[in-house]
Design a binder for this molecule. Sequence first.
Ligand code: M6R
Length: 607
Amino acid sequence: MCGIVGYTGKNKCEDILINSLRKLEYRGYDSAGIAVIENGKIKTVKSKGKINDGLVKKLEDAGTLNAVTGIGHTRWATHGEPSDINSHPIGNSRVTIVHNGIIENYRKLKTFLIEKGYEFESETDTETVAKLLDYYYTGNPVEAISKAVTDIEGAYALGIIFRDYPDMIYAVRKDSPLIVGIGDGEMYIASDMTALLEYTKKYYLLETGEIAAISQNGASFCDLHGNKIKKEEQIATWDVSEAEKGGFEHFMLKEIHEQPNAVTKTISPRIKDGLPCFEECGLTDEMLRNYHHIFIVACGSAMHAGMVGKYIIESMSRTPVIVDIASEFRYRNPLLSADDLVVIISQSGETADTKAALELANEVGADTLAFVNVVGSSIAREAKMVMFTYAGPEISVASTKAYMVQVALMYLLSFRVALARHAITEEQCRDYITELEKIPDKISECLKDLDPYRKAASRLVGADSLLYIGRGLDYALSMEGSLKLKEISYIHSESYAAGELKHGTISLICDGMPVIAVATQRELLAKTISNMREVKTRGAYVIAICPKGISVDAESADQIIEIPDAGDMLMPLVAVVPLQLIAYYASVLRGNDVDKPRNLAKSVTVE
Ligand code: M6R
């Protein structure tokens, strides 16, 4: 969580730091701050709240900071409530740091440092690192960093400035991401590339256990024993415009509209001769034939994408698929063996639980295949096989286009598994692919008229709670719809397998309670409609989402949102769009900060 940045060069760093921090605000927005070295002194300005709400005002009050070297931070609070004092940067007049991660043994370190005479003012774990660096510092920054991080347990990406080295930034990381941006006579650090796209596309990836010493002329790297490391320059493929709103009111709305293109970009390069192709990651048909089980492990929306995969793979190939929430998988001693395939799904490639699940699968000797959106991310580097999703940067905390392309890639995998296991013929597979290639146009069609979604959302905004129901693939989709709504509108909702309602949950239905029924599966339609009637008879206001041509009447639903028909199997790729937009408008109508919902952050790099 948290975003960190740093700049050293010839230009005034304040504006660059703030600008870069704004790009990282999606990583956390409980507080923000910067520290610069001005006239040989470290000056820190920080404030509770979002950058524009707190920090900008404080900087105005502080007057112009005339410095060319500084670090910045935007926080998602873990240790210590969001407050000015718990904000980063944290340090003293000699050494000051910004930190992304969690220091697990901070209590022990704090006790040690108190014994040594240090006093603490914040409730953060980070302050122990700042004080530890000060304790070990005798004039050599790299030595102090090596000693300090050797004592630390946990995850960290640190940006560090020392008063004695006014033109330098130091960085070190373990398990939390950090890159070093390469400019012309200026250098940067950042949690991810979106912060730097406006300035440079060139960067180095800092690995766990590496220390970077950065000046305006470049960066040098060494390990914790001081051994020099040579690193290769990387070039970002993302474009600066992709990380901007481009005329849309919110990133989320922009990202929803980018979905047709994202699907095309993700699936096209993986279709060869009309068939899905996984050669780029080394996954062969023979491997797919031999796996005993397929596990799909992820968190949040990415896990929901895996649920769709489970339904499709199992129904097409009769291959058992176990979908697991990463935080459960990692601690439940799963029945996993070297004969299994573990598919890891993650937009950020940095989600702590998902990463730990991947590490567990690697240890067991299972094959691991990651679907990841961020090139160079930890999961992308640690998985045995990787398929990138090409959604481009997803800034809104609520995942839309990243989920969409994860599902699209899941279809390609499902088709390939079915082909490899001789459950379908090449001809059948080509037909499926032809239908999949039509999906971008169907998504675009859903985006032509947004009024039905606004209308549906207006029915939800006054509700305390609501239900999403569906059967089969529609149930998998209901989970995603419900999560999206909760996340950004703060309205409580639950997703329920429609047939399960009568076993208890139906007692929640009362007059006017909204129920969103996803009814796209023709085979199950009659049953879903019965469930819709059951809730409608008991007073629910039913909003049905169904493909054109499916007959849902006024007896079963109060509002019917018709979407293009993609055939039962591919419907999730279309039906998710109304669910995203209903959540979006509910959030807008409630006056929420759509892209930065409370208590959340985009990439969850803590447990
Ligand atoms: O970066 P990841 O795909 O690993 O993130 C997983 C979840 O944290 C993420 O999908 C989350 O549930 C979204 N904010 C939901 O919109």
